[in-house]
Design a protein around this ligand. Structure first.
Ligand SMILES: [Ca+2]
Ligand SMILES: [Ca+2]
Ligand SMILES: [Ca+2]
Length: 403
């Protein structure tokens, strides 16, 4: 990262070492993870302005990256991350978007193989960056009516791993530590919008066999089958499973009476994203979820990738929380300190042992199980004296007063 450029930006005040303090000083004034209010988040300039580097971040519009101390999960120049593959189960993605195209998991055998040939013999022909399980195709782009709508999967993939420091758009906590595998499991047309258990089982098998260590589900559903339950149990619960992975599950916030699956599974490798809005509050209408690894993550006023090649969108919702948390976990897991850990070791030592025990909590929620609030996800456990984070915020004068 070139620091000099930050000082030159008229929109941007570089606050370097000291603003994001070591973990021991988390309660001090100026605590690094203080969010800015939503009203400051409207872009101060075009987020596609090529004259700045990750300009949405430079313009102070990526509050959600700072809220999870996401820059601490970016790799140090002398210690590049060993990226974690994050499978994004969604409606496909525009992988030619400028902030996504270099951030994709790649099946090297297919990337360097022959077109029309299943070069790695995994049963899928030309699966370079994932698979479309709806139309059984290597083309993971949105299809049908989805082509004319906001691509939910594109937004999610960008919140996991948008390319950092490429002079455009946004950055994400998993910019360095995550690579996204695109799995299209729902479509837009009539019957295709429902989650199909058999289709989902195939996608789960694909993701885990191709090496995904985090499975990100911003989708949720209310009915399941014994076979689908068994597939999730194998991945997310059984000790010593050869396909163990961490499932990051959304908890919806539109007043649904139950969280839906996979958040509703009481499995130990499930990490639930609890949506957080302004001022550390759990989003109104957040569904109850089982006790366990429940971490708050930003939901409101989040900028992510839209249509290719260079559109961005401001979106709300619990889906955002899930993707941000998945990218954050990948960014932390990929750091040299933790990159050798198995899923169970990472969960026990880092997610449960450190992140869940943070002093940062949301405000109390209005109903069980959130009456005491939830721990807020962040990467502050990666703060060291050796390395403090570089963050970029608008000068105070450019912000509106908080209500
Ligand atoms: Ca193949
Ligand atoms: Ca091929
Ligand atoms: Ca970018």
């Amino acid at each position: 990262m070139e620091l000099g450029g930050y000082y030159k930006s008229r929109l941007c005040l570089a606050l370097l070492s000291g603003w994001l303090a070591p973990a021991a000083a988390q309660q001090a004034p100026g605590f690094p993870c203080q969010p800015v209010t939503c009203s400051t988040l409207l872009p101060a300039t075009s987020v596609a302005d090529p004259g700045t580097n990750d300009c949405a971040y430079r313009a102070g519009n990526l509050w959600w990256v700072d809220y999870v101390a996401g820059s601490l999960a970016w790799s140090a120049r002398d210690k590049p991350a060993r990226p974690v593959t994050v499978a994004v189960f969604d409606d496909g993605a525009w992988i030619d978007h400028e902030d996504l195209r270099n951030q994709l998991w790649t099946n090297e055998a297919e990337a360097h193989g022959k077109e029309g040939v299943d070069d790695d013999g995994n049963g899928y022909v030309d699966d370079v960056h994932g698979w479309d399980f709806v139309d059984n195709s290597p083309d993971v782009a949105p299809k049908g009516a989805c082509r004319e709508r906001v691509s939910h999967g594109t937004l999610m993939a960008s919140l996991v791993a948008a390319e950092r420091n490429n002079h455009v758009g946004i950055a994400a906590p998993g910019s360095d530590g995550a690579r996204v595998m695109i799995l299209r499991i729902v479509g837009c047309d009539a019957d295709a919008t429902r989650v199909d258990p058999a289709r989902l089982i195939r996608a789960l098998e694909y993701a885990t066999h191709m090496g995904a260590r985090i499975l990100s589900f911003s989708a949720h559903w209310s009915v399941t089958t014994p076979e689908l339950d068994a597939a999730f149990r194998e991945i997310a619960d059984r000790p010593d499973s050869p396909v163990a992975a961490i499932v990051v599950a959304s908890v919806p916030n539109k007043g649904e009476p139950a969280a839906g699956y996979p958040a509703a599974y009481d499995f130990r490798r499930i990490v639930r994203a609890i949506p957080i809005g302004n001022d550390d509050e759990i989003s109104p209408g957040t569904s109850p979820a089982p006790a366990g690894l429940n971490l708050g993550a930003p939901s409101a006023c989040v900028i992510g990738a839209g249509r290719p090649p260079a559109q961005y969108r401001l979106e709300q919702g619990s889906s955002n929380s899930t993707a941000i948390l998945a990218g954050l976990l990948a960014g932390i897991w990929s750091s040299p300190r933790y990159d050798k850990l198995s899923p169970d070791e990472f969960l026990a030592g880092v997610v449960e042992g450190r992140m869940s025990k943070t002093a940062r909590h949301s405000k109390p929620g209005s109903r069980p199980p959130y009456l005491e609030g939830v721990p807020l996800a962040d990467a502050c456990l990666l703060a060291t004296e050796r390395r403090s984070a570089s963050v970029c915020r608008q000068p105070e004068a450019h912000r509106e007063a908080r209500p």
